[in-house]
Design a protein around this ligand. Structure first.
Ligand code: NDP
Length: 247
């Protein structure tokens, strides 16, 4: 059943973003799903969501690393859903490699999508949230943004940047009843981690106190909570969902 609220999730065609979109739709939010390239899967997801839950689902095309795309997408969400109560900055990529061999483009593209992309979308949403005197911004960071990881200087810089961005923005907009938090997942089974071979996965699992990788649903459950009324006294936090990797 509709709960009267709307959520805009970036990079929501697969993996964690898709799971968040489905979870929030199940909670009764009208959802706007951002995709980069239209394909059968994207259309199928919209149909599935609208058939399973009594809510509206909008598809918005755009590359978060482009400010004009972010501006256009936010306008489209407002035109179709009327408002944005919850923004989830989820879109992200990796381009791993040791610093010694990393091309400048591989450093920049990861920063541009993960960190600048978060700025681009949030910059266009915050004025609307200020006007409506409420809002939630949930940024997807990473365990790697807190602890670092060899081979991921670009990715961990982007994810650590998201943490600084989250805390500063939380301070700027708290008086406007806008809550801003970051979620820091550990190793979650999605396309992003499917590139790891079995022995790498096994090695990672030994470093996780719960001895297994997480599921996209584990992250979606936390996002659902942070978007809810029950989380109305939480802002500026980095909440870990990583099987105990960071304590
Ligand atoms: P996936 O690779 O499975 O999905 C990434 C999503 O982001 C896709 O929908 C992709 O769209 C979208 N995306 C990428 N670049 C852009 C862009 N420029 N504009 C719009 N959308 C874009 O990743 P996950 O689901 O695993 O990751 C989701 C988020 O969680 C990321 O921010 C990631 O860094 C973070 N995270 C993931 C962890 C994990 O272990 N999986 C751990 C910690 C954090 P398209 O299909 O068009 O490529």
């Amino acid at each position: 059943m509709k709960n009267g609220k709307t959520a805009f999730i970036t990079g929501a065609t697969r993996g964690i973003g898709k799971e968040i979109a489905v979870k929030l739709a199940k909670e009764g939010y009208d959802v706007a799903i951002n995709y980069r390239t239209m394909n059968e899967e994207v259309e199928k997801l919209k149909t599935e969501i609208e058939q399973n839950f009594d809510i509206k689902c909008a598809l918005v095309q755009g590359d978060v690393s482009k400010f004009e795309d972010a501006e256009k997408m936010v306008k489209e969400v407002i035109e179709t859903l009327g408002k944005i109560d919850v923004l989830v900055n989820n879109a992200g990529i990796t381009k791993d490699g040791l610093l010694m061999r990393m091309a400048k483009e591989d450093f920049e593209s990861v920063i541009d999508i993960n960190l600048v992309g978060t700025f681009n979308v949030t910059r266009n949403v915050i004025p609307l949230m200020i006007k409506q005197k409420s809002g939630r911004v949930i940024n997807i960071s990473s365990v790697v943004g807190v602890a670092g990881n060899a081979g991921q200087t670009n990715y961990s810089a982007s994810k650590a940047g998201i943490i600084g961005f989250t805390k500063s923005l939380a301070r700027e907009v708290a008086s406007r009843n806008i809550l801003v938090n970051a979620v820091a997942p550990g190793f979650i089974a999605t396309d992003m981690t499917s590139v790891l071979n079995d022995s790498q996965k096994e090695n990672i699992s030994t470093q996780i106190p719960l001895k297994r990788m997480g599921e996209a649903q584990d992250v979606a459950n936390l996002v659902k909570f942070l978007a809810s009324e029950e989380a109305s006294y939480i802002t500026g936090q980095v909440i870990h969902v990583d099987g105990g990797m960071i304590m």
